[in-house]
Design a protein around this ligand. Structure first.
Ligand code: FES
Length: 143
């Protein structure tokens, strides 16, 4: 069996929504200290709907495919739905990732959450902090 699904290869070869957004509503950047990969997600939000999303990923093929499909999954959706996107849903949409590549999909979930949190912070919107990973406590981007 091939290591990577057709879906992964497709999103790796032709990633959707690559780039950045001028004056984004929120930006999230996360990294994995072990592999050194970095993912950045830009969101444009209007009336609580994600009207545009772009990504820049400096990382492996699985990270690129994960970010690409994650942008497709949240585009046009309410912010609340984007917050619920789990790395598991990203893996399912990609029709699977090898076990040693599952952490790449975690970056997509974390980058989206970080971008939404940035949006809340920038706009002075009250939010439930427990919905977000505690960076200080985790510290895995900086270890
Ligand atoms: Fe690091 Fe894929 S190997 S994100």
């Amino acid at each position: 069996m091939a290591l990577y699904s057709e879906k992964v290869m497709d999103h790796f070869r032709n990633p959707r929504n690559v780039g950045s957004i001028e004056n984004p509503s929120g930006v999230g950047e996360v990294g994995n200290a072990k592999c050194g990969d970095i993912m950045k997600i830009y969101l444009k939000i209007e009336n609580e709907i994600i009207t545009d999303v772009k990504f820049e990923t400096f990382g492996c093929g699985s990270a690129i495919a994960s970010s690409s499909i994650a942008t497709e999954l949240i585009k046009g959706k309410p912010v609340s739905e984007a917050l619920e996107l789990s790395n598991k849903a990203v893996v399912e949409a990609l029709e699977g990732l090898p076990v040693h590549k599952l952490h790449c999909s975690v970056l997509a979930e974390e980058a989206i959450k970080a971008a939404v949190q940035d949006y809340y912070e920038k706009n002075g919107i009250a939010y439930d902090k427990t919905q977000f990973p505690d960076c200080e406590a985790c510290g895995h981007c900086h270890e």
